[in-house]
Design a protein around this ligand. Structure first.
Ligand code: F6P
Length: 470
């Protein structure tokens, strides 16, 4: 229980001053504040200087991490122990993106040979689609992929496919169908040709109501055109852990790309669930994406204290949510291609933390976690930023920006990036009466500042950087 630790008691004592933490003054009295509160992790720069923290608060937060043995818990997870206690399962998704050559064991068995075999099978299949050796039932090339899934079997591949738009292979179009509302599947089917379409039925359990309903609709629609059941083999692929249910649906297990019960749905984009991404961008870019995740896995496990960026983000989240009682957390990428990132993080964070009991079943003594939401900048500036600057609630923000444009338009990127910096600056420093051009409607135009934000910057939105961000 974190609230029974000495560090927690100290943090509680600091909460009153934390709420009023004067960010403007903190920067003017310490010109090195940015240098002290920014770090590089792989390709990313993390600037947490605009949070309501000083050295004393950071020290207490790291003490909290030590006293609750956070790094031990991570090590336990990475060693394949069954830390998912209710289902008695290991939680080993980092193995999916490992290139270290070391074994990752579950129940004493190295899972890497199976992981590598599925990676190779995915690559062979993606190559066969691109080279036209896997063709449809009338021998036409496959041009359209429809991924049918929901939750982690949709949000991950959808977000990553959109984010990697500059790398899309020519001649392939990918659709994602998730909602059980018929509008989603029927509108998609109107746009695709059965002779050139491949359906990926993406479901860890292969029992999820929405996915199976949509998969059956797609199957009937396909058979209306193709007539013969034997043609299904060329047009329906399963991404799943449940071979029995896949066979019962009518997909031959050799057309199934397997993953395992130690992969939580919300972490599954690095597994066979990523096949739509691999077909969209090609196996090399997909591997680059996995390597980016792997780099950050190593960083999270090995970097110590103030050099560990994910640990710092986690502690700031605890400080804001559990100590200073903020209720939500906005994620605002200044990148149109990352527009689905907030929705992806919503599942990743809120489905992971959305419990009111601890691992052993006793009631929580602190908040579960914040409501995570967001939209890309600059759109958010013309929608919700007003309330973040001047509304009564404090909402910590994570900004994400890129030094180079993925649209090859550097002047627009400068516009985009300066907007990001201006927003973080205005949140932190506010605007006082002396900074107003005139004195009309003063109370409506000044704003107090001291609103926390973290800024993550990368050179560009490459596949490796996207992996690191996740
Ligand atoms: O909403 C619960 C959940 O199990 C998610 O964790 C998961 O990503 C989603 O449903 C879809 O599950 P499946 O991949 O088994 O269809």
């Amino acid at each position: 229980d974190p609230t029974s630790t000495p560090a927690w008691k100290e943090l509680k004592k600091l909460s009153k001053s934390g709420k009023k933490f004067p960010l403007r003054q903190a920067f003017s009295t310490d010109p090195d504040r940015f240098k002290k509160m920014a770090l590089c992790a792989d390709s990313l720069v993390f600037d947490y200087s605009k949070n309501r923290v000083d050295d004393v608060i950071m020290d207490r937060l790291f003490q909290l991490a030590n006293q609750t043995r956070v790094q031990d818990a991570l090590a336990q997870m990475l060693s394949g122990e069954p830390i998912n206690r209710t289902e008695h399962r290991a939680v080993l998704h980092p193995a999916l993106r490992s290139f270290s050559g070391k074994p990752w064991k579950v129940d004493g068995k190295d899972v890497m040979p199976d992981v590598i075999a599925v990676r190779r099978k995915m690559k062979r299949f993606a190559d066969a689609i691109h080279q036209g050796t896997h063709r449809g039932y009338t021998r036409k090339k496959i041009r359209t992929i429809v991924n049918i899934g929901i939750g982690g079997s949709d949000l991950g591949p959808l977000m990553v496919t959109e984010a990697l738009r500059p790398y899309w292979m020519k001649g392939i179009h990918v659709y994602f169908v998730s909602n059980v509302d018929g509008a989603h599947i029927h509108e998609t089917l109107k746009q695709v040709d059965p002779e050139t379409t491949l359906f990926l039925i993406a479901s860890k359990t292969f029992t999820t109501q929405e996915t199976m309903t949509n998969a059956h609709t797609a199957r009937s629609w396909f058979l209306q055109h193709a007539k013969k059941e034997s043609h299904i083999a060329k047009h329906f692929i399963a991404l799943s852990t449940n071979e029995k249910a896949v066979s019962a649906f009518g997909i031959d297990p050799k057309n199934m790309f397997e993953f395992w019960d130690w992969v939580g749905g919300r972490f599954s984009v690095a597994s066979a669930i990523g096949l739509s991404v691999m077909i969209a961008v090609g196996p090399e870019i997909f591997e680059e994406f996995l390597s980016g995740m792997h780099l950050m896995d190593i960083h999270a496990a090995e970097a110590v204290g103030r050099d560990n960026a994910p640990l710092i983000l986690a502690l700031l989240n605890i400080w804001n949510t559990a100590v200073l009682s903020t209720k939500s957390r906005a994620v605002i990428p200044y990148s149109f291609d990352l527009r689905r990132f907030p929705a992806y993080l919503q599942q990743l964070i809120m489905e992971s933390n959305g419990k009111s009991v601890t691992m052993d079943g006793s009631s929580l003594t602190l908040e579960s976690g914040p409501l995570v939401w967001g939209a890309p900048g600059t759109n958010g500036q013309h929608a919700f930023m007003q309330l973040l600057h001047q509304g009564s609630d404090v909402v910590p923000v994570d900004f994400i920006g890129f030094a180079r444009s993925s649209a090859n338009d550097e002047s627009r990127n400068e516009l985009l990036f300066t907007n990001l910096l201006a927003q973080s600056r205005a949140l932190a420093f506010g605007r006082n009466i002396d900074e107003l051009p005139d004195r009309s409607a003063t109370p409506h135009r000044v704003f107090a500042g001291n609103r926390p934000s973290t800024t993550i910057v990368a050179p560009e939105l490459s596949a490796a950087v996207l992996g690191q961000l996740i």
